[in-house]
Write a protein that binds this ligand. Structure first.
Ligand code: OAD
Length: 315
């Protein structure tokens, strides 16, 4: 108890939680570390690990999630992706706490930056996965969207998945060209085109497809350099009218535009920041520093709220 923030803040937090009816929970990687998933920016986080391993030859570990780098070297992301692919993780007390807020009818929305889908696994339905997820994947060339399971075997085999729709389209177009070429030859009454003619035609076909490769499929997780889904702005535009408390849990608030939620909601809305380490670039009204699971468990016990027990999770 002494390790939590000073008591007046804690009392304020309890009072706010007691009376609020439309709570936005803004969450980040810190709510999943107790599930065994590393965060990004801690000394033991993913970026430090990528830096230490040095095996991907990145100038900056954030390049792993940079869209320009991905287009240039997709093999780097696909040799690493299985490390972050959601597997048999069980939701933390924090995830279950958010679910409890929803069950109590006071959760306006959970804006999560996490791609581990543990909020959904905990049963939270009012969740917006601001940075997307592995649930779907899209072709960078023709934009066809496929279920995430389609590329799961590729992720596990550390191989690049190429787009089936592009491939079909390419094959169909090449087939038409071949037929047109045959027809042209026939109409000219030639039994065989000259070598020069043939080379010219073949090169033309290949060029149209940029060397003949179909598009690369990328999981629909938001990379640096990619815009967030429009749903983010739409939800925030709506929610800012209703929100009466912002609870921020387990995020360094370093990545915009999610970090800007703080400034996009009215200044009169109080903010509670629950995190292991303090933030210096923003000043939330109340900071409760410590392990997020312990803090939300403590808050619930003080409020007499019961958090749902860990459910048997079927994968
Ligand atoms: P960060 O790693 O930047 O921040 C996680 C925060 O959680 C840190 O400040 C930790 O101190 C804190 N933390 C860790 N374990 C905790 C615990 N048990 N209890 C309380 N706090 C704890 O992760 P995010 O802020 O989520 O985006 O990162 C935001 C985005 O940056 C990610 O979604 C990802 C990343 O680059 C993309 O990849 C697009």
């Amino acid at each position: 108890r002494e390790r939590l923030a000073h008591l007046s803040s804690l009392q304020d937090a309890l009072n706010l939680l007691r009376k609020s009816k439309n709570i936005i929970v803004l969450s980040g990687a810190g709510i999943s570390t107790s599930c065994g998933i590393p965060d990004f920016r801690s000394s033991t986080g993913l970026y430090a690990q990528l830096q230490d391993e040095g095996r991907y030859e990145l100038d900056d570990p954030q390049q792993m999630f940079d869209i320009r780098y991905f287009k240039e070297k997709p093999e780097v992301f696909y040799s690493f992706a299985k490390q972050i692919y959601p597997s048999n993780f069980v939701p933390s007390p924090c995830h279950r706490w958010i679910k409890m807020l929803e069950d109590k009818g006071v959760l306006l929305r959970n804006y999560t930056q996490n791609i581990d889908t543990l909020e959904s696994l905990a049963g939270v339905t009012k969740v917006l996965q601001c940075h997307g997820s592995f649930k779907t994947a899209s072709c960078l060339r023709c934009k066809t969207r496929v279920p995430g399971q389609t590329i799961e075997p590729y992720i596990m085999a550390q191989k690049i998945p190429f787009c089936g729709t592009c491939r079909q389209q390419r094959d169909a177009e090449l087939e038409i060209k071949r037929a047109q070429k045959q027809a042209k030859k026939k109409s000219k009454g030639k039994a065989k085109a000259s070598w020069d003619d043939e080379d010219e035609d073949e090169t033309g076909e290949e060029d149209e497809w940029g060397g003949g490769e179909p598009g690369i499929i990328k999981p629909d997780i938001t990379f640096f350099g990619q815009a967030l889904d429009s749903e983010f702005d739409e939800c925030l535009f709506k929610d800012r009218e209703e929100v009466d408390l912002l609870v921020i849990i387990g995020t360094s608030l370093k990545v915009a535009p999610v970090s800007e939620v703080l400034t996009h909601i009215p200044h009169s809305v109080p903010q509670i920041y629950i995190n292991l380490t303090p933030v210096h670039h923003v000043q939330p009204d109340i900071c409760l520093l410590g392990d997020a699971d312990s803090i939300v468990t403590y808050l619930s016990s003080e409020l007499g709220w019961s958090v749902p027990p860990p459910a048997a999770v079927v994968h």
